[in-house]
Design a protein around this ligand. Sequence first.
Ligand code: ADP
Length: 501
Amino acid sequence: MKLQSSLRQKITLGYLGYYVMALLIVALSLFTFLELRLIDDKVVLGEHITELFDATLEIRRFEKNYFLYRQEADLQESKRYAVKVIDLIESNTADFAKLASAPRISALQNDIRAYLALMDEYAGTGTTDAGQTELLDAQIRKAGKDVVTIAEEMAGTERRRIRASLDRFRSILLSSIVLLSLLMIAIGWALSRMVVRPLKHMDSCVEAVSSGKLDRLSTLSEDREIISITQAFNHMLGELELRQKILLRSEKLASLGTMLAGVAHELNNPLSNTFLSTQILLEEVEESDAARRKELLQQIEEQTERAHNIVCALLDFARDKPAKRKNVLLAPLFDEVILFLRGETASDVRIVAEISADIALPADRQRLEQAFINLIKNALEAMGETGEISISAAKRHLSSDSAVSRLDEGDKSLGKCFHGGDAVDIEIRDNGPGITDEILPRIFDPFFTTKDVGRGMGLGLFIVYEIIEEHSGCISVESEVGRGTVFHIRLPLQSVDKASK
Ligand code: ADP
């Protein structure tokens, strides 16, 4: 059975690695301490050897002086150093044994004793027998030379021993440092791969969710904790999506209710007027004159036409809209809209459009025209006899890192807009009476109107909203009573997959 890995295990493993490393560091420190002590011992031994070697050199120096000047003091000094050599050997026998073999040390001892004896003999012979003196002279020189040679050998051995110890110490220290560094890097790397990477991956997935995408999280890791967090998160996303759907459904049902109530109310008026006129006509058909009958029939015709218009507007709104997207140039589209509304524009009303000729967007030309007609018509109706409507459009590039962008703060955004990319921001501004704060939030509702019966149906802005949505755009409104109203519209310049919205 495959054991499931866990973050906890991995972190514990990481800790274990660091403990092992700490142990290795302690061991290395201990080794350094002991090695330094050994080297210290060798240095002390080296000092004794140097003392021994110096003493042998002194023996030879005073011996030479004595042979040259025959001074008793030189003889005594030479002997004193010879005794010192014997003392040094006796007090450091064990240490010196590490530097020279036992026969070599006893040779040194024998040589130095022989030397002393020869010196004494030499001093005792005087200068009478030249032949014997010369023989002794030669023997003393040979013994002295042997002593110096052995001492020199021992000093050399000690120097080599110290150098070898230092070399060994240096290479062990260096390789331990390299090993520890490699171990540290390996543990850090393994921890980051096993622990940090899956967490980072999750972080980026969660960031995408926070910016509006409800895609399920994928997991790179087989760790129990990460898997259960991912599962919990995905479950939460599922719930969120479900609730969103329920909310949307209830919102749809609520607006359907409002709409049906509006339709019923709107149709009820012309129908009851028609019914009333028909009844009067039926009652008065005999006695009334032709003019009266004509008047009643005209009323019936007007009311029937009104009902017909309502039904047409609803049919137009509800018709299945096949996407007839083409690249539409914005400037000529607005020219056409303004021309279309010329008959309804009072002579003191100015409509100014400042739109660069190169702005084009994928759109259903007729639908988009309908939206702008509704907006400008409302402004014309609100302003009455005088005023100015200014229309402007500017291209914008929206950063794609925020998956869902909104209209700028302060624009009273109506909701989510489209994904990042190139867009056009259109502004339709009038200096009419403006809209009060009480009715501003309701102007996009179906059948909401402040106009007189027969003048407005309250479907204009509702249809505008739908058309802008169809084009993956968004619309918001700003208004100040007495100063005018601005509608902000943002539309993407490239086709946007509606499913991704
Ligand atoms: P209708 O035009 O049939 O009333 P709309 O949905 O087009 O329906 O408009 C709803 C309401 O919004 C209007 O009755 C009006 O009160 C208000 N409105 C829309 N545009 C403007 C505007 N530019 N200035 C003032 N009020 C406006």
